[in-house]
Design a protein around this ligand. Sequence first.
Ligand SMILES: [Zn+2]
Length: 309
Amino acid sequence: MEKSYVWGIDLGGTKIECAVLSAADLTQVIARERIDTEASKGYEHIISQVARLVSRVSEQLGVSPTRIGFATPGVLNPATQTMKNCNTTSMNGRPMAADLTKALGVEVRLANDANCFALAETHLGAVQDVNPKAEVVFGIIMGTGVGGGLVVHGQVINGLHGIGGEWGHNILEEGGKACYCGKSGCVEHVISGPALEEFYFSISGQKLRMPQILQAHLAGTDIHASATIERMLENFGLAVSTLINVLDPQVIVIGGGVGNIDLLYTEGIERIKKYIFNSGEVLTPIVKPKLGDSAGVFGAALLFHSEAI
Ligand SMILES: [Zn+2]
């Protein structure tokens, strides 16, 4: 009975979400439940919240899982088996896979939430519409941060250091703003929402959010807004062209709040053409995601299942 279900958990800083999908039809959601992470209460509490959520869903279904995939804010360092790069900082340095296995009595597999996003959009989302046979897919997150996930032959690539897909910390602007990662001028500090808002503030002296900046640019009434959008487009072209030069994916999916801006899919692609090593031609379908907030938890569920697809 258990084998007919596929379990995934999205372990966010605010909410922990569990989804159980039908193994026979992954688009069918059997159960879905959320619980507050209450991250401020510390690491042990987060683990116990996960256990509480799993036992609640198990009771509902009358079935306990034997394997659960997890989408996490950072990554499990493959060398040390401890977490790193988590913005829920209490997780960093902790052997979370081992602790979850101990607390839940199940086999676990962990992947970064951006990797889970890419995996879910590949198997269940936008990639299915444009090229279901795509061998290489890159999922971009452009929102409050910039991240990414790489899926090859249906499998997520965590990589040797666990940083597969982390293009958000490639250096884009030499001498740019200092990043929490210890370097400066990272992609994330140029084209994330907060970085663009900060840029707008630095040239206009006004605090506006991205949707307002975009609106002012489209209305043609604010030269600073237009300069901000120009900065976004040009740097998007530059940063994405390097991704294509290295991976040449068959599909790129762009999630996150900034990723929702239509101009990226028109003028943004023109800017990629400027920099790509392909005589100015970009054939890559660059598309919006389809699964919305569900991508993390669905991708987590697919971590065990994707081998079979
Ligand atoms: Zn960085």
